[in-house]
Write a protein that binds this ligand. Sequence first.
Ligand code: ADP
Length: 380
Amino acid sequence: MKKERVKLTGAEKSELFAEGVVTVILLLLLNLSIIILIHLAVLQDQNLVNGIYFLKSTVTLVGNYHLWSWQRIFIICMAIGDLIVLYWRLIRRYHQMQLRHVISELHYIADGHFDHRISFAVRTDLQRVIDSINSLVDSTVNSINEEKAIEQSKDELITNVSHDIRTPLTSIIGYLGLLKTGYVTPEDQQKYINIAYTKAEQMKSLANDLLEYTTLKSNNTKLNLSDLHIYSMLEQVEAGFELEAEKKGIHFKIEARPKDLTIKADAEKLVRVYNNLINNAFKYGTGATEIKLVANLINKKTVELRVENNGAPIPEKSLKKIFERFYRVETSRNTKTGGTGLGLSITKGVVDLHHGTIRCTSDKDWTSFIIRLPLDPSQA
Ligand code: ADP
């Protein structure tokens, strides 16, 4: 921010000028009275006159020239004293004016102009007060904006959830309505029941995801850390998908380096992360033939966990957004895969709780979700 000096108004300049004039007059009167008093004192006291004369003669040079004269010295001293008093009075008044300007700026900000900052540069301690006021306003504005963002994201959440609930609910009501009429062939009856059931399942998974997401986001979620042997965990996770993998002709590959790699993590939540990522690979990796689950110790404190699948890639422009809640790649919205757009937000939430990071890369060969976790989150 560009700082400028306090600009005095015309009235203030006149006020300062008047103050100067009054001070000069008062000082002149004071000087005059001092001179008169001294003069009277000298006239009345012969000893003082003798003393002065003696001092004068001791410093008299050749040709009767005085090196210094009492009167001259006295007048110079008084003039210097006057200047100091004048300067002090004017500068004091000037500082008062600066303070007045700062106060009026404060009132302006307090009136709701929160984008305004006090831009004066002053040379006194007032500058520290100005800087503190500016940073106070900054932090207040930040808190207000954060509050607004939270409010807005809550509104978005409600809108998205209402929309995602309404869509399947409308079909459920529609199909149940048809069934209620009784004029449906047994064949259609079965079809409608199946559709209504699938839609109800979709709503259930939305409710579950939402509950999990909000629980993760609430600050009081604690991790239940225990020693976790990564390779064994990956084998167990893979076992859960064996049937589906066989059906789709997908082959799993598991690697852990070192093989006995063990980390401290919340096993239940980490398994949920793997389930999310593998489910996504099945759902969206169209044409995939292989899913790789790889774990590597990359340094003394960090482990890298990868879930990779071949098949259809994620478009470049979506890569940055896929961890946002409710975000779904355009092509996935139209497919019958279901999904709420919350899976990857939940995954990221779990990784964040472990003080880790997650990112995604995708090209025509591989889509990789790369997670980095500290070996011991309680010390991260
Ligand atoms: P959901 O699966 O409920 O739609 P996610 O948050 O899990 O939500 O995923 C967000 C989007 O990211 C998905 O809709 C999908 O488009 C895309 N996506 C996630 N994983 C993959 C993957 N392995 N391959 C291709 N696209 C993916």
